[in-house]
Each structure stands twice: as C-alpha cells, then as structure tokens.
Design a protein around this ligand. Structure first.
Ligand SMILES: [Ca+2]
Ligand SMILES: [Ca+2]
Length: 380
C-alpha cells in the first residue's frame, strides 16, 4: 500500500462530533477509513494515547440536526492498525513516539446520498481521535460480501508506472492527461508492449511507430515530441505538452499488434517530480477512424500525494509505509538504506528522550536593584 497518510489531524473531544466528510456520491459504496495510529507524539515525557473507541457515523441527509437518519458504522481502536494488529515496536520506536498510518479499514457497504456526511466522533474519553484519508469504492450489485482489500492500484509514481490490461488489438494508442501535480505534463518515455513471451516495445520510433500530440512546449530541445518514443529516459529526453495540466500524445504503431502492457514515467532517472500526470486515461483503437476503447486510467489508483517535504522536524512525519511497487531496484536499495538510517536516528532520539536527567538550572547574578525579602504578611 502506498504511503499516503503522511499527515493527519487530531482532536481531543469526548462524545463530540469533530470532523465530517462529504464524499458527494450517491449509491452503494464500500467505505474505507484510515487514521493516524498509535500515540499522539511526544509532549515532553507525557504520552497522549489515541482513543480506543473513536466512532464513525453516517448521517444520510447530511443535516447534523436530524438524528433519526444517522447511524453508527464503525467503532475504531485508533491505537491499532486497520487490521487490528498492534503497531510494531520497530516502527514506532521503543517509546512509541512515532505515529503510523493505519492502512485502510473496511467500514462496510452503505447507501449514500450526495448530501450524506460521514462523521468522526470522539470516544468515551478525551483521548485524541485522528482523521486521515477515506476511500469510497462503488459497490458492484453482485457484491454481497465485503472485499478483503480495496481494488485500488498504487498511486502514480514519478519514475515509472505500469498499466496491465486484457490483451487488445491496437493500431493507435492515446495517452490523455487530465491533471498534473504542477504545470504542463511531462512524460519521458511511453512504452507499449506486445502480449506473449516475445513481448517487445512496439512504441519505439525505431520499430516504425509514429508519435503525434495535442501540443508540445515550444523552445526546449530537451522536451520534443520525438522524445516520447526515442528509447531514452530522463528529463532531457522527454515530451512536455503546451497545456497546463492537460494534453495528449498518440502513438501509431507500425502495424496492428496485440498489446497488454504500457510503461510510462515522468522522469525515470528520478531527478524531477513536477509535471507528473496524476489524472490520465489510456485508450486504444484498431482502426483509422479512431474508435477509442478505454483500457486504463488513474481512476482505480490511490490518490496522488506530493512527495514528502524535506522538513524532517515536522510533526507526525513518522508514517512508515513505503511502496516498493514500480520502483527500480537501485531506488529500492537506496530507500532501504534511508529507512535503516531513519530507524537508527529514531532509536537515538528515543534514548535521548528517556535518559535525560531532570535538572533545575539557573545563573547566579548580583541583583542590579535593591532586593526586598518579603515575609508572608509583612508590609513594605
Ligand atoms: Ca441527519
Ligand atoms: Ca524518451
């Protein structure tokens, strides 16, 4: 599961509504909840442990004044992970100072109206309740039992993303960008692979494929359209559209081919994390009339979250869920080294917090002004 709960919000309020979500959806949906899990962080030496009985209600009409349409959908122990297990000591530190993202908790399939609210309510005590992302998944009519996991793919990665789909005969493949994290979208290479054991990238210009696009950012030799399928990765061999948050690029294959996998990235060398297509769809057509068939999109991916800011002193930066999916091997090695370093520093920090002796400190100075020593009840 990608690391998405970097920051969360918390409240101390027993038996009080503290937060509402309005998903703006109607129909039957599986509701997945998540929270910041464990301890609320170090406040000198005291620990404020999260609520064991945070309540989630569904208010069907969205009017908090009317109670008869409101029902409890989950009571959650926010000290634990979504699967009910304890937070691992190696992740939260021996003093429990790190807070983790809980993962997603299945709160059941519920009928929603557009105005419906999901309400987070404090538990029986003043213990903090926390809120992190919520996922709603449309429930299929045939879906009687709850699914063990949401049918969601990892969030879009900067370096490389893969799209797998049922093999489909294609002559044209169009990648349409519908949103970016910033600016005009950039793709450093779009690879289209044929089905089968002799799978090969038929998108390459060297394989006879031809690229067209809605637009190309003018004035940059390193961002030409021909870079979309030149076989070279990295920002210096990329295409950028000339439309903020939008654009499409189309590959015409040399001949009709049965394809089943597409690989694309913003910067496979990992130096840039702007201009990432976060919302997109990919369509194929087998005929020159371009009767498009949608084969993949960002719709079933987890929401995109910007890369972590490098401010390591920020609070609650202890979420330690990292996705290794779609990461190249050298990046995984680097990531593991960094995680080890972070763990070692955490342990050091925990030890420092535990071992510091209590002292009363001050400086001795000769008073500059006349000092009165007042006994209780004495007049001036
Ligand atoms: Ca209501
Ligand atoms: Ca390229």
């Amino acid at each position: 599961m990608p690391h998405i709960g970097k920051k969360y919000t918390w409240w101390k309020a027993a038996q009080t509504d503290v937060f509402t979500w309005n998903p703006g959806l109607s129909g039957r949906h599986q509701i997945w909840l998540s929270w910041g899990c464990g301890l609320s962080g170090r406040s000198n030496t005291t620990k404020a442990v999260h609520a064991t009985d945070a309540e989630y209600h569904l208010d069907l009409d969205g009017d908090l004044e009317t109670q008869d349409d409101r029902r409890l959908i989950a009571i959650v122990n926010q000290q634990k992970l979504a699967d009910g297990s304890d937070t691992p000591t190696e992740l939260v530190g021996s003093s429990g100072s790190k807070n983790l993202w809980s993962g997603l908790y299945a709160a059941g399939i519920h009928e929603l109206k557009r105005t419906s609210l999901i309400v987070l309510r404090g538990g029986s005590s003043e213990a903090p309740v926390t809120a992190d992302i919520m996922v709603l998944q449309q429930a299929a009519d045939s879906l009687n039992s709850q699914e063990p996991n949401p049918q969601l793919r990892p969030t879009v990665q900067t370096r490389q993303n893969s799209e797998r789909f049922k093999p489909v005969e294609s002559k044209f493949v169009r990648f349409t960008i519908l949103g970016t994290n910033s600016g005009q979208p950039c793709i450093d290479e779009l690879e289209i692979y044929t089905e089968g054991s002799d799978s090969r990238n038929v998108a390459l210009a060297s394989a006879g494929a031809n690229a067209t696009a809605s637009s190309t950012l003018p004035g940059y030799d390193i961002h030409k359209l021909r870079h979309i399928n030149d076989g070279l990765s990295g920002n210096s061999h990329s295409w950028i559209s000339n439309e903020t948050g939008r654009g499409w690029v189309e590959i015409e294959l040399a001949r009709k081919s049965t394809v089943s996998r597409i690989i694309w990235g913003r910067d496979q060398k990992g130096n840039f994390s702007d201009r990432i297509p976060t919302q997109y769809k990919i369509e194929v057509a087998a005929d020159a009339m371009r009767h498009w068939n949608l084969i993949s999109s960002a719709e079933d991916r987890l929401p995109f979250v910007s890369a972590t800011k490098t401010n390591s002193s920020s609070e609650n930066n202890g979420g330690l869920f990292y996705s290794l999916i779609d990461l190249p091997e050298d990046a995984i090695i680097v990531l593991k080294e960094l995680i080890d370093q972070a763990k070692a520093l955490d342990e050091k920090l925990d030890k420092l917090a535990r071992d510091v002796p209590m002292i009363y400190a001050g400086q001795f100075d000769q008073p500059k002004e006349l000092t009165h020593w007042l006994y209780r009840g004495d007049p001036f």
